[in-house]
Design a protein around this ligand. Structure first.
Ligand SMILES: [Zn+2]
Length: 56
């Protein structure tokens, strides 16, 4: 699992995005993506999936 670049939340899926506030590509969780996607100059660059650790 990787960290969200914005809120540092660990998650299995992150969204690669840019906006007027983030000139370089960042990876963010779904919650942050919903915020960034409403900003000016938003662009989407795909998703990053990492292995989810299973707890028995
Ligand atoms: Zn986040």
């Amino acid at each position: 699992m990787k960290k969200c670049d914005l809120c540092s939340k660990l998650d299995g899926i992150h969204y690669r995005v840019r906006s007027i506030n983030y000139k370089d590509w960042i990876f963010c969780c779904k919650k942050c993506w919903l915020i960034v996607s409403k900003e000016n100059e938003y662009s989407y660059g795909g998703t990053r999936k990492s292995k989810v650790q299973k707890h028995n």
